[in-house]
Design a protein around this ligand. Structure first.
Ligand SMILES: Nc1ncnc2c1ncn2[C@@H]1O[C@H](COP(=O)(O)OP(=O)(O)OP(=O)(O)O)[C@@H](O)[C@H]1O
Length: 844
C-alpha cells in the first residue's frame, strides 16, 4: 500500500477516535443531559459513532479507487513499455520525446495478452471465482480443433483478419461455419444432467471477457467490441457446455444480459448487420454471457431475461458513454437468407437430437426415472446410529436429492432445494437436522432451559405428523432426542403439558399454532433461543401470501445465527426472491429437477377433459368405475376445489355405494388423522379431499389422481399430481375442467398432458345420481354453493367478470339439485363485490 493510502487510513482513524473520545467525555458527565434534536446522550453518541464510521468508509473507498487507478496506470505503462521494439518503443511517459498513447485496439490486445499470461491472477476480480484449474477438470477445448482455446489469439485473429485490428469493421462474416454452429448446437442439445461447475479454463476466459467489459466501460470502447466478444464467448460456451449442465448454461444465459449490446431498435448503420444476425440467432441459440457462472443466488432471474424483449443492457450507460445506445441494423438480404438456412438446419438437427434422446431415454428409462443415486448412506458423514436406523427402514442408497443436499447441509450452509415430488426430500432435511441436534447436544452442558435445536415448519397438520413419524424412524437408535408436533386442531394446553413433561429438541409445527405458542406462552421463545436449524418444507407455500405474515413474525423471533433449509417440488421465481426473508444471502440453490426439465414424473400419464360443471360428478363417477374395474389394487385421490364440495362429493359417492373417504378442513383433527392413517395403509380405497392433502402427503401406491375443477395455480396442479408416481413408480393423473376454466391449460402447457374426449355417460347412472343427490342434506349443498362462489371469486381471471361468475355459480347450483341459489348475507355479498349482480340473492 502506498504512503498516501496509509496516510488516509491514519487520518480516518484519528478522526473516529477523536469523535469517540469527545462523546465519551461528554457522556461521563458535565455535558448537557439532552442534545440537539431532543436526543439523549446515548443516542447522541451513537449518532456520532455512525457518522465517524461513514466517514471512514468513504475515505477507504476513495483510497481503494485511487489504488485501483494507480495499478491500472502501472499496467498500462508496463505494457506500453514492453509492446514495442526498442527502436520504436512507445513511450508511456508523456514527458518522453517519443511519447504516443496506446490506441484502444492496442490497449485491448495488450490487456488480452496480459490476462492470458501465467501469473495474471492479480487481474482477476475476486468475485469471479476460483482462478486455478483443478487438476481433475478437463479443460475446455475447441469444438473444431480439439485444441485448447487461445482466447486472445482467436479473438484477435478473427477480428484482425479483415482489417488488421480494425475493431469497427463488421463487414466480414464471422469465421465459424454453419456446420460448426450446428455441431455446437447438437452438442448443447444432447447434454442433459451433468451438474458440475463449468470448467475453470472456460471460467478464466469468461473472467477475461468480464474484465475487458469493465475496462472497456472505462475506456469508452463499448458496443461493437463487446458484440464480437460475446460471439466468441458463445463459441466457448457452447463447447464448454458439451460436458456441462444446461443449468450452467442458463445461468450464463441469464447473466449474458449484462453484456448484451445486441438489442436493435433504431437503425443506424449497415455495419451492424452482423450484430443483427446474431440477435436473430439468439432466438434460436442458447445465449451465453460473461460472469454468469459466478453467482448461484442470482439464478432466480433466468426467465426474466428470456426472449428478445428482455435482452437489455445492464451495464451503466455512464460507463459506456456514447457507445451505450440502442441500435437497429439493416440486415442485408443475403445475411437473412443465411440465417434462414441456418435456422432450418438447426431445426433438423434439433429434431434428430430429440428423436435420438427419446430412443435413448426409452432404453435408459428405468435409470433416469430412478430416484436413487449411486451413493450409500454409510458412505457419508452421518452418525452410524442414523445409518443403522436407515438400514432398518430399508434405505440403503440415497436418493438424488438427498445426495445433493446432504453434504452442503452438513457443512452448515443455507440451502434452497427443489426436487420432484416423492423423491425423498423429507429425509434430505431430516438427516442434517439430526446431525445438528447431535452436534449441538454434545457441545452443551446441562442447561436450565432445554433448547429446541431444530424447527420444522410445514403447511398442514397431516404433513407435520408425517414428518414427525419419519423423524422418529430415523431416530430409532438415538436415545434422548425427542420430536414433537405443534399443530392446530389440538388443545393448546395439551401441547404445553407435553412440552413441559417431555422436552424435545426437534419441533415440527404448522405456522399458526407455533405462533400461538410464541405469543401466548411466556417462556416458549426462550426454548427457541438455542435454535440451530430452521426448515421450511413446502417452502413456496409457506412463503405464499396466506402464511407470509405468520412466517415473518416467526422468523423475527428466531436467532439469526442459524442454518435454514427451504425445500419444495416447485419454486417459482417470486418465491425464490422472497426466500431471502429466511435464507442468508450466500445460500446454495440445489435444483435436482433442472431448468427446462419436466417438473412432473415421466411415468405419470397426464390427461384432461373439458365438460360443463353440471357433468363433472357424473364424469368422475364414470372414471372411478372404469379405473376400479381395470386396476386390482386401486388407490385413488380425488381433489376438489373446496372443503364443502369435497363433503358433497363424498356424501354422493358414499350413497352410491363407493368405497370412499373424505379429508378436508371442516373435519375434526381426530377424524382427519384417522382417515389419513387408514388411507396410507389401505388399498382399494378412494380418498376425496380438498387441498389439505395436496402437498407433501406420502400415501404409497396411489394409482390415480383426479383433479376436479380449477387448481389454484400451476404449482398446486403439480403437487396434487405428485401424490401418485412416487418413488419413481407409475401413476396417472386426470384433470377435469369446465370450458371456461380451460384457460388454465396455458399455465401447464409445458407439461405432457393430453386432451381426452368425454367418455360415454350412462343415462341410468345419471338417474341414479340425481336420485342420490336428492337425499343429501340441503345445508351441505348450500354450503357447497357458497364455497364455490368464494373460491372462484378469489381466482383473479374469473373473479373479474362477476356477471359471468354468478351465471356459472347458478348453473352449478342447478347441477347439485338446488331449486334456486341460496341467499348471501349482505355483508358477504358486499365484500365479494357481488351485491348488485343479477342472480345473487341477498338474505333479508
Ligand atoms: N433413500 C431412500 N431410499 C428408499 N426410499 C426412500 C429414500 N428416501 C425416501 N424414500 C421414500 O420415498 C418416498 C417419498 O419421500 P418423501 O415423502 O420424503 O418425498 P418428498 O420429496 O418429500 O415428496 P413431496 O414433494 O410430495 O413432499 C417415501 O416413501 C420415503 O420413504
Amino acid at each position: 500500500m502506498n504512503s498516501s493510502s496509509i496516510l488516509l487510513r491514519k487520518r480516518s482513524k484519528l478522526l473516529s477516535s477523536f469523535l469517540h473520545n469527545l462523546i465519551f467525555i461528554r457522556s461521563m458527565g458535565g455535558g448537557p443531559r439532552t442534545f440537539p434534536g431532543g436526543l439523549n446522550k446515548w443516542q447522541w453518541k451513537r449518532l456520532h459513532e455512525k457518522k465517524a464510521r461513514e466517514k471512514e468508509n468513504k475515505l477507504l473507498d476513495q483510497e481503494k479507487q485511487l489504488y485501483q487507478a494507480r495499478i491500472r496506470s502501472q499496467i498500462r505503462a508496463k505494457l506500453a513499455g514492453s509492446e514495442k521494439p526498442i527502436s520504436g518503443r512507445r513511450q508511456s511517459d508523456p514527458n518522453q520525446p517519443n511519447y504516443s498513447p496506446l490506441s484502444p485496439q492496442e490497449h485491448i490486445k495488450a490487456l488480452a495478452d496480459r490476462f492470458m499470461k501465467e501469473g495474471a491472477e492479480d487481474l482477476w476480480n475476486e468475485a469471479d471465482g476460483p482462478i486455478k484449474t483443478p487438476p481433475h477438470q478437463p479443460s475446455v477445448r475447441s469444438r473444431l480443433t480439439d485444441e485448447p482455446i487461445d482466447l486472445p489469439k482467436l479473438f484477435l485473429d478473427n477480428r484482425g483478419k479483415a482489417n488488421s485490428m480494425n475493431l469497427n469493421d463488421r463487414s466480414k462474416p464471422r469465421n465459424y461455419s454453419t456446420d460448426a454452429r450446428s455441431q455446437m448446437w447438437s452438442k448443447f442439445n444432447s447434454t442433459s444432467t451433468c451438474r458440475s461447475p463449468i470448467s475453470t479454463d472456460f471460467g478464466n476466459h469468461l473472467k477475461f471477457m468480464n474484465y475487458l467489459a469493465g475496462t472497456l466501460g472505462e475506456m469508452r470502447l463499448g458496443i461493437d467490441f463487446m458484440g464480437h466478444c460475446e460471439s466468441r464467448i458463445s463459441l466457448y460456451s457452447n463447447d464448454g457446455i458439451k460436458c456441462r449442465n444446461y443449468s450452467v448454461d442458463t445461468r450464463i444465459k441469464k447473466r449474458s444480459s449484462r453484456f448484451n449490446f445486441r438489442r436493435n431498435e433504431s437503425s443506424e448503420s449497415e455495419d451492424d448487420s452482423e450484430l443483427e444476425s446474431e440477435v436473430d440467432g439468439n432466438e434460436r441459440w442458447p445465449r451465453f454471457g460473461l460472469g454468469g457462472i459466478t453467482s448461484l443466488d442470482d439464478s432466480n432471474d433466468e426467465e426474466e431475461i428470456r426472449g428478445r424483449d428482455n435482452a437489455k443492457r445492464m451495464m451503466s450507460s455512464a460507463a459506456l458513454g456514447k457507445h451505450d445506445k440502442r441500435i437497429t441494423k439493416r440486415v442485408p438480404l443475403k445475411c437473412l437468407e443465411e440465417e434462414d438456412d441456418l435456422s432450418q438446419h438447426v431445426e433438423v438437427i434439433r429434431k434428430e437430437v430429440s428423436k435420438r434422446s427419446l430412443t435413448e431415454n426409452v432404453g435408459e428409462r428405468g435409470d433416469e426415472e430412478s430416484i436413487l443415486s449411486q451413493r450409500r448412506f454409510d458412505e457419508c458423514n452421518i452418525s452410524h446410529l442414523t445409518v443403522k436406523a436407515l438400514h432398518a427402514a430399508g434405505y440403503v442408497q440415497m436418493t438424488r436429492v438427498q445426495e445433493a443436499t446432504l453434504s452442503a447441509c452438513l457443512e452448515g450452509k443455507d440451502a434452497l432445494v427443489k426436487a420432484k415430488t416423492g423423491t425423498g426430500k423429507s429425509a434430505a432435511f431430516l438427516l442434517p437436522a439430526i446431525e445438528t441436534v447431535l452436534k449441538a447436544s454434545s457441545g452443551n452442558s446441562v442447561q436450565r432451559v432445554s433448547p429446541i435445536y431444530v424447527l420444522i415448519l410445514c403447511p398442514t397438520r397431516e404433513l407435520a405428523s408425517q414428518i414427525a413419524a419419519e423423524a422418529n424412524v430415523l431416530l430409532k437408535y438415538h436415545d434422548g432426542i425427542g420430536v414433537q408436533t405443534l399443530v392446530g386442531g389440538t388443545r393448546f394446553k395439551v401441547d404445553q403439558r407435553r412440552l413441559e413433561s417431555d422436552p424435545c429438541q426437534i419441533i415440527v409445527a404448522t405456522p399458526g399454532r407455533l405462533l400461538d405458542h410464541i405469543e401466548n406462552k411466556s417462556g416458549f421463545s426462550v426454548h427457541l433461543m438455542g435454535l440451530k436449524m430452521l426448515i421450511l418444507d413446502e417452502a413456496d407455500h409457506l412463503l405464499d401470501l396466506g402464511f407470509r405474515k405468520d412466517m415473518e413474525k416467526i422468523v423475527d423471533c428466531l436467532p439469526r445465527q442459524r442454518q435454514s433449509l427451504l425445500l419444495s417440488a416447485t419454486l417459482p421465481k417470486e418465491v425464490r426472491r422472497i426466500s431471502q426473508l429466511v435464507l442468508k444471502r450466500e445460500h446454495l440453490y440445489i435444483d435436482t429437477v433442472g431448468m427446462g426439465c419436466l417438473e412432473t414424473h415421466a411415468k405419470v400419464m397426464q390427461s384432461y377433459l373439458v365438460a360443463p360443471h353440471g357433468l363433472h360428478l357424473q364424469i368422475v363417477y364414470n372414471i372411478l368405475k372404469n379405473h376400479i374395474s381395470q386396476v386390482l389394487d386401486y388407490k385413488v385421490i380425488v381433489f376438489c376445489t373446496t372443503g364443502m364440495m369435497t363433503s358433497l362429493m363424498f356424501s354422493l359417492f358414499r350413497d352410491m355405494k363407493m368405497n370412499v373417504r373424505e379429508i378436508h378442513s371442516r373435519k375434526t383433527q381426530l377424524y382427519r388423522t384417522r382417515v389419513s392413517d387408514e388411507f396410507r395403509e389401505s388399498k382399494r380405497l378412494v380418498l376425496i379431499t380438498s387441498d389439505v392433502s395436496a402437498r407433501g402427503m406420502n400415501y404409497p401406491d396411489v394409482t390415480l389422481v383426479i383433479q376436479v375443477g380449477l387448481p389454484c395455480d400451476r404449482e398446486q396442479y403439480i403437487h396434487r399430481l405428485g401424490r401418485t408416481g412416487r418413488e419413481g413408480k407409475e401413476g396417472e393423473g386426470i384433470l377435469l375442467l369446465a370450458p371456461w376454466e380451460e384457460y388454465f391449460m396455458d399455465e401447464i402447457k409445458d407439461l405432457p398432458i393430453e386432451k381426452f374426449p368425454l367418455p360415454h355417460l350412462d343415462p341410468d347412472v345419471k338417474v341414479k345420481m340425481e336420485d342420490a343427490m336428492t337425499k343429501i342434506d340441503t345445508s351441505v349443498k348450500e354450503s357447497a354453493y357458497h364455497a364455490w362462489l368464494g373460491y372462484y371469486n378469489s381466482v383473479r381471471e374469473i373473479g373479474r367478470d362477476k356477471t359471468m361468475l354468478v351465471q356459472q355459480a347458478n348453473q352449478f347450483c342447478e347441477s347439485i339439485g338446488l331449486q334456486r341459489p341460496p341467499a348471501l348475507f349482505r355483508k358477504t355479498a358486499l365484500k365479494m363485490g357481488l351485491k348488485d349482480i343479477p342472480g345473487i340473492r341477498i338474505r333479508k
